[in-house]
Ligand binder design. Sequence first.
Ligand code: NDP
Ligand code: 8X3
Length: 249
Amino acid sequence: MNKTAFITGATSGFGEASAKALARDGYNIIILGRRKDRLEKLANELKPTKTHIIKADVRDKDAILSAVEALPEEFKRIEILVNNAGLALGQEKVLDASLDDFETMIDTNIKGLLYVTKAVLPIMSAQKSGYIFNIGSIAGNWPYPGGNVYGATKAFVKQFSFNLRNDIKGTNIRVTNIEPGIAKTEFSLVRFKGDEAKSEAVYDGTKYLVADDIARIISDCAKMPAHVNINSLEVMATTQTWAGFAFER
Ligand code: NDP
Ligand code: 8X3
């Protein structure tokens, strides 16, 4: 069998939870991220599931293409790709925000996702089956102050997901853009560059989504009959709603 699921950004949050869920569903697992110690710990936890580690930065095009090229035989039949690696950096307004942060988000959330997709697509196309989950965000659907470039990268992910479907017509490959609202992972700690108080304040006093919620959605979508394609799936905590429009007075 050796049906394989490939999860990027598996060292934390949604990616780690998805790797565990898909291992429980019987897939061999490829986990990718930059933190090797966490990848090794996860591979250990996933035993007896067959797990292959790729320690790489999704921004490194050559590393991504060659790692997929060099996959061991039992991990070559990639049926699921979870394009999850990504981040927000800062929440300052454009005027005050850092260009370096903008570039890191664009390089990771857009270009990194493209590199992994381009590396894996020939495999799915040749086997005429596969399921690509792109992790977008509500930030790609709805603007909020300080969401500027992060939201724009996730809007790219959404539109790319839809356009990809047109280009792979006839291959049986499914594509779903998952668009979560606020969820407690390391996301805010990364966004606020290690400031724990600022990160905790995001989640303080409310009931947020957790990584397992997203992993469960991925696992459940993958179990839908092969003729069903969910184009996009926006999911928020029940406690999260919209704030309305602002007026300048
Ligand atoms: P975490 O910070 O907990 O996890 C992010 C993962 O991405 C880590 O495993 C990290 O691994 C990996 N990653 C980041 N940059 C790179 C890179 N350059 N190369 C390889 N891996 C990378 O956050 P989440 O689990 O919350 O985030 C996962 C995805 O979900 C992101 O795309 C995020 O934008 C999106 N999202 C998050 C929401 C939230 O509220 N939490 C809501 C909506 C969407 P490592 O550092 O080891 O490389
Ligand atoms: C993460 C959700 O609303 O913090 O993508 O941007 S939000």
